[in-house]
Unconditional design. Structure first.
Length: 433
């Protein structure tokens, strides 16, 4: 039996039971099951595919089962993996997906469920027509079809309309590209592109962000990584640093910095001059920032641990506050986020407001405070900024222009995966008068 499917079931169990991040399980899974690259690719493909389509897989499993409520969690994980292969992976024969699932039931101690799994999956695999998802044209339909929680589908239909919500949810289930930001202090975009292509890396220039390259493959194995010629960062996140219009003498505070992308973007934009205090509440994450800065050859970054809610005695020309958030903008990269209880986000707005309130006092007159998140919820974005401006007339939201020519006329904007091809992201530029 191929261990790839067993590894996929294990990964799903860890996400379900321990709330582990799927992206953090890769090395663990590969080592635990001694997978070669091909098997690892299959394991990752199945586990991520299930996470992206879990509600839909469950809908079909339950339709062909007479005892859906009695299916044990691990057996359901086995069924989900097989159902995903049958529904989405054309190169895998139905018989192979079914037989491997039955074998897994027996190997993992669920022999009594083997016959049940065999019957359900064979019905699914042989169905001439799959059952129709009910309530087409509603948020409930989108919730099942694209495997997002109903509340999130309803929220997005309310915010963007049915078609806009469907486009976003569909984009959330697509594979995101990896984007490299070129370290222009060390090399140029054309030079790095040539180096990557000569090494067989599939790459292209980003359609609207300068000095940004989209790639496929393992980044750390690419030429130029160890030499610090690039770092990985989503284009939307880089725009959070660029909109501050940094100059070479600026004093910058990146208040919630780990793993350091915005600090790196700021340092490169300032040609590694000026100074950047790069802070995070977690001491262990400071090492990530320091090692990244060292690899990139950036000496203007000073990294240390600090809670962004603690009083700041210094004054800065620019403060970047990419605050802790619910993360609903990065579902493409972390599909398990969609399954978090909605209540998990309830305590975040007070923290976000406290950080913004605290940091505002450290902005010099005429300076800039950039507030950003990787979520799409108004409660963590526009509502936080609006309330802050009502309390602080000495600040105003200032319009800015993105590299694609789009203008944030109100001083803030939301990036959408289906529109901008980036993470879901929110940026607001505040100027102290």
């Amino acid at each position: 039996m191929d261990k790839a499917r067993e590894a996929a079931v294990y990964a799903l169990e860890r996400v379900r039971r321990d709330r582990a991040w799927s992206s953090a399980l890769t090395d663990t899974v590969k080592t635990k099951y001694a997978l070669d690259d091909r098997s690892m690719s299959l394991a990752v493909g199945i586990s991520l595919g299930v996470l992206q389509n879990m509600t839909l897989c469950d809908f079909y499993i339950d339709h062909f089962s007479r005892s859906a409520s009695k299916i044990e969690p691990k057996v359901r994980d086995i069924l989900r993996c097989a159902a995903y292969q049958i529904l989405f992976m054309d190169k895998i024969p139905v018989s192979a997906a079914v037989n491997e699932a039955v074998s897994l039931c027996k190997k993992l101690g669920y022999s009594r469920a083997a016959g049940f799994c065999n019957a359900v999956l064979r019905k699914l695999g042989s169905a001439e027509r799959l059952p129709e998802i009910p309530d087409e044209g509603t948020a409930s339909y989108l919730s099942v079809k694209y495997s997002h929680p109903l509340w999130f589908a309803e929220y997005m239909v309310d915010r963007r309309g049915y078609d806009g919500a469907e486009a976003l949810l569909k984009a959330n289930n697509s594979a995101p590209e990896t984007t490299l930001q070129v370290n222009t202090i060390k090399t140029g975009t054309d030079e790095l592109m040539k180096m990557l292509k000569n090494a067989g890396v599939v790459c292209s220039k980003h359609p609207w962000l300068p000095d940004c390259i989209t790639v496929s493959g393992s980044v750390t194995a690419m030429p130029g990584f160890n030499e610090g010629l690039f770092y990985v960062q989503d284009p939307a996140a880089k725009c959070a640093a660029l909109c501050a219009e940094l100059n070479e003498t600026a004093r910058v505070l990146d208040a919630c910095a780990a793993p350091g992308g915005k600090s790196f973007a700021a340092a490169i934009a300032m040609v590694d001059r000026g100074s950047i205090d790069s802070c995070d509440i977690h001491e262990k994450k400071i090492r990530l920032i320091e090692s990244g800065a060292q690899r990139l050859g950036l000496s203007s970054i000073n990294a240390f641990a600090r809670d962004a809610r603690e009083p700041v005695s210094d004054k800065y020309d620019v403060i970047i506050a990419d605050v802790p958030c619910s993360g609903y903008g990065v579902i493409r990269k972390k599909p398990e986020i969609r399954f978090k209880p909605q209540t998990d986000s309830a305590g975040l707005p007070p923290i976000q407001a406290a950080i913004l309130e605290n940091l505002s006092s450290a902005v010099r007159f005429g300076g800039v405070l950039v507030y950003s998140t990787c979520t799409l919820l108004k409660e963590e974005n526009e509502d936080i900024v609006t309330a802050f401006l009502e309390r602080h007339p000495e600040f105003s939201a200032e319009s800015f222009v993105l590299p694609n020519g789009e203008t944030a006329g109100k001083g803030y904007m939301t990036f959408w995966s289906d529109i901008h091809g980036t993470d879901g992201f929110f940026i607001c530029k505040l100027r102290r008068k």
